[in-house]
Design a protein around this ligand. Structure first.
Ligand code: PLP
Length: 460
């Protein structure tokens, strides 16, 4: 008997959750009980009321291979029986070694050194710490600042949060780690008309704002630029043409590290193992997590170039940083099994082949008056909602509260679609289904969105 069926209490799991479970980024209070998800199978998740939902967000941009993959569960069990835990603090374990080799083989350029963490925020934190220490070791000790983009989310540790560009998530924790500075993002939908009309010009303009920020802060003090291949928060801003080419030039010119934060975009989300390959640039560091195990066990990584590792191979210098559970053997074994599954089932090719159909299906929603923009790449899309399509007028704070939080999130779920209504920037609905999704799921997503967004418009 599962705990969900247990008659020990007449409270539902949701009510019991309200008593003790502290939800992340969640509201709590009278009448708020979270949905309780008890099972997953393929593209679908099931709650404790016996209802099923299409998983339109792969959990949280995580479950690339879909739910219920027995082989991934078995890989975890096999490794736990063999060696459940040992740290990689001056020791190594077979799965950590093999996974580091495997990730290095997938990365472009000379990104050959893998530092494991337990998740994405720790990978970002590790990348910043590495950038600071690296520049101290090579005689440029003033270099410590970081440039990132407006509205970008890079995690919650106080360093990663200082890189995050969402003021509302930071204010209550300030002062954060000093040294985080912002440049504009690549939201072409909200760019000035002359830039919006010419994506290449916009790309050049947006990249040059990074150069401007470096100049403004003083190049001798700037260590790194953190960018997602496709920025999530704000609702999926893809890079305009030429953007990353120009950013790479700028980073080289000023000796500033380019960190590709691929916590969401890696592992097939855009179509390649690492999304820098989708957009043709080679960063100095990649940060990744989420999809590495398809969520069957937690792990993250910061992958650095040979150049960055060079000062650490003299036999005495170490990177005084780590996590007990970083590179956990069970998670590493699951990641290896997950990557085997990716290869065997051709998940990345599946995304590349089906992404145009996903885009075309979502673009049908452009006929709705509340849909301002449909944007994204691969299996990663945002649909920006507006009050007035012609003027692009966005929601007021009160409307966001009423429509997004008060209506859309629960109405989409009740209609059978788990996805995300988000207003960290302008209001968007975000979609990132498991990579096994095909036309039938795209159609189901479109139909549910069409009916719920049509109703939402009547509430404005
Ligand atoms: C781009 C990016 N970086 C970092 C993080 C933080 O990852 P985690 O929640 O695993 O700490 C996220 C989480 O969504 C992310 O999207």
């Amino acid at each position: 008997m599962s705990i969900a069926d247990e008659p020990a209490t007449d409270l539902t799991l949701g009510e019991r959750s309200a008593a003790h479970l502290w939800g992340h980024f969640a509201r709590h209070g009278d009448g708020i009980t979270p949905p309780v998800i008890i099972r997953g199978e393929g593209m679908r998740i099931y709650d404790d009321r016996g209802r099923s939902y299409l998983d339109g967000l792969a959990g949280l941009f995580v479950v690339q291979a879909g739910h219920g993959r027995v082989e991934l569960a078995e890989a975890a069990a096999k490794q736990a029986k063999e060696l459940a835990f040992f740290p990689i603090w001056s020791y190594a374990t077979p799965p950590a070694v093999e996974l580091a080799e495997r990730l290095a083989a997938y990365t472009p350029g000379d990104l050959n050194r893998v530092f494991f963490t337990t998740g994405g925020g720790e990978a970002v934190e590790s990348a910043w710490k590495l950038a600071k220490q690296y520049y101290k070791l090579v005689g440029k000790p003033m270099k410590h600042k970081v440039i990132s983009r407006a509205v970008a989310y890079h995690g919650t540790p106080q360093g990663a949060l200082a890189i995050t560009g969402v003021p509302a998530l930071k204010q209550m924790f300030e002062p954060l780690t000093p040294g985080g500075f912002r440049a504009p993002n690549t939201n072409i939908y909200r760019a000035d008309d002359d830039l919006a009309a010419d994506p290449k010009k916009f790309g050049r303009w947006a990249a040059d704002r990074i150069a401007e920020a470096i100049e403004f802060e003083g190049p001798e003090t700037v260590a790194a630029v953190f960018l997602e291949p496709v920025q999530n928060a704000g609702g999926c801003f893809p890079p305009p043409p030429g953007y990353f080419e120009r950013v790479r030039e700028i980073c080289d010119e000023y000796d500033v590290l380019l960190v590709s934060d691929e916590v969401i975009c890696a592992f097939g989300r855009i179509g390649s193992m690492f999304a820098c390959d989708d957009f043709g640039y080679v960063p100095d560091i990649i940060t990744c997590a989420k999809g590495m195990t398809s969520g069957y066990s937690p792990i993250g990584a910061m992958i650095a170039s040979d150049r960055l590792f060079e000062p650490f191979r003299d036999g005495t210098t170490s990177f005084p940083h780590g996590y007990t559970f970083g590179g956990h053997p069970v998670s590493a074994a699951v990641a290896l099994a997950n990557l085997d599954l990716f290869e065997r089932e051709g998940l990345n090719d599946h995304v590349k082949q089906n992404a145009p159909a996903f885009r075309a299906t979502l673009e049908r929603l452009n006929d709705l008056p509340i849909v301002g923009d449909v944007r994204g790449e691969g299996y990663f899309y945002g649909i920006e909602l507006v009050k007035d399509k012609a003027t692009k007028e966005t929601f007021s704070d009160a409307e966001s509260e009423r429509i997004l939080r008060g209506f859309l999130s629960s109405a989409l779920f009740e209609a059978g679609l788990y996805c995300r209504a988000d207003d960290r920037g302008d209001p968007v609905v975000q979609l990132a289904p498991p990579l096994i999704a095909g036309q039938a799921e795209f159609d189901e997503i479109e139909q549910i969105l069409r009916s719920v967004l049509t109703e939402a418009y009547t509430l404005l």
